[in-house]
Design a protein around this ligand. Structure first.
Ligand code: CTP
Length: 399
């Protein structure tokens, strides 16, 4: 999507730097149009570096490109944050005395304004009239939050948090123009994928058949739907580029550390990785020789990362999704194991799938049953790993 981020001259302009990042990370192209006053709070270099596009307040810059008309015409969404009392007044009276107000006049896409100012200004009848008029014309006003203002005072008029602005503004884009919409915009998710390798000696390990394909599909679909994605990739060759941040790991203990570090700020953690339950107690420092005879390997138990995330959540309100790969002779048997595991693990969602000969691992398709924390089925999905991933995100969003 093509988004215009207007920034007018209030101290809250600094918060729009984060808003810009969120919109960019959600995969949108963003052109920032500051007002001259906004540039006194945050300079053009910041907007240009983070958006990758020029950030001018002036209609006389790049005249051959006719920006005062072209930018508004080409936008899928215009969001102005912060919108000062002065900007609201100029927008309401149809002024076109800078690039931002000219753009507001030419835009035919959804327009969202996020007012931010002192309580007195917000409550003044002039501002109230301007807001009512703009609303009448179809402009979406994002209600200011209450709280600490510029100085020691507090009240209504504070700019809402960037993630909330992003969510509210992106929801205005008609779903027809936005495949699957950006329903994870502003969300941070961590996906673990692949299979751990627990070293026996420098050249051998205990591992499993997980290819990481379902986890990669989860990372890619979350990104398409607007999330900022960290992929903790256990021994996956083609993980590069599947997420905003890719952290390669090898063992359960490395995976645990990476998930805990990245997960501290995450809204959702999906444990799609096949993690070894045990590891060799004392990996040999040098290669074990055949002449040493058949080796027996002492194993110690690995921490159950998923169980830890549920027992002691890294963040309040965080959604945790687990996977249960089961072999079973019949679907009913697999589902029985799955239900028992869902109740035992207590994850918000548990994706149960059948694995074994030609099923699950390494294949392009998958079939899962999604169970809630008490073992009730909330969804069933079969198809490509991308389709299955989308079904999992749908269920996460429904939560
Ligand atoms: N998992 C984990 N840490 C481990 C083992 C597993 O976080 N040490 C996570 C996996 O990423 C997966 C879920 O737990 O999301 C289910 O793993 P599974 O091995 O099927 O569960 P177990 O409790 O080990 O049960 P089982 O007896 O079937 O092996």
């Amino acid at each position: 999507m093509r988004i215009i981020l207007g920034v007018s001259g209030g101290i809250a302009a600094y918060k729009s730097v984060l808003l810009l990042r969120l919109l960019r990370e959600a995969g949108h192209s963003v052109r920032v149009i500051p007002t001259a006053a906004a540039l006194r709070f945050v300079g053009a270099a910041t907007w240009e570096a983070l958006s990758g596009e020029p950030a001018s307040a002036d209609v006389f810059d790049d005249v051959p490109g006719v920006p005062h008309v072209a930018l508004g015409q080409g936008a899928d969404l215009v969001v102005v944050a912060p919108a000062t009392a002065d900007l609201l007044s100029r927008a309401a009276s149809g002024r076109a005395d800078d690039l931002l107000t000219a753009t507001l006049l030419t835009a035919r896409c959804p327009v969202a304004l996020a007012p931010a100012m002192h309580t007195e200004m917000w409550e003044h009848p002039a501002t109230r009239t301007n807001v009512a008029l703009l609303r009448e014309r179809g402009v979406h006003i994002i209600e200011p939050a209450s709280g600490r203002l510029t100085g020691a005072d507090s009240g209504s008029g504070r700019l809402p948090e960037p993630a909330d602005i992003a969510r509210e503004a992106l929801a205005l884009i008609p779903s027809s123009s936005c495949a699957k919409s950006q329903d994870l915009a502003g969300k941070s998710v961590v996906v673990s994928a692949g299979g751990t390798r627990e070293p026996i000696d420098p050249v051998r390990w205990i591992g499993n058949r997980s290819s990481g394909k379902q986890g990669i599909a989860l990372a890619k679909t979350a990104r398409t739907r607007g999330a900022h994605v960290t992929l903790v990739a256990a021994n996956i060759e083609d993980a590069e580029g599947a997420a905003d941040v890719v952290i390669p790991v090898e063992t359960c203990l490395e995976l645990r550390q990476a998930v805990r570090d990245a997960g501290a700020a995450a809204d959702v953690i999906v444990m799609a990785a096949a993690v070894a339950d045990f590891r060799p107690a004392m990996p040999a420092a040098v290669k074990i020789k055949k002449a040493q005879g058949p080796a027996s390997i002492d194993l110690v138990e690995n921490p159950d990362i998923l169980a830890e995330l549920i027992r002691e959540p890294l963040r309040a309100g965080q959604v945790v999704v687990g996977f249960a790969a089961e072999t079973g002779d019949e679907t009913s048997e697999v589902l029985e194991y799955g239900r028992a595991k869902a109740r035992r693990k207590g994850a918000d969602l548990l994706a149960v799938n059948v694995v074994g000969e030609g099923l699950g691992f390494g294949t392009a398709t998958n079939e899962i049953w999604l169970l809630n924390a008490v073992g009730e089925q909330v969804a069933h999905a079969a198809g490509s790993k991308r389709e299955v991933a989308d079904a999992i995100w749908d269920a996460v969003i429904a939560l």
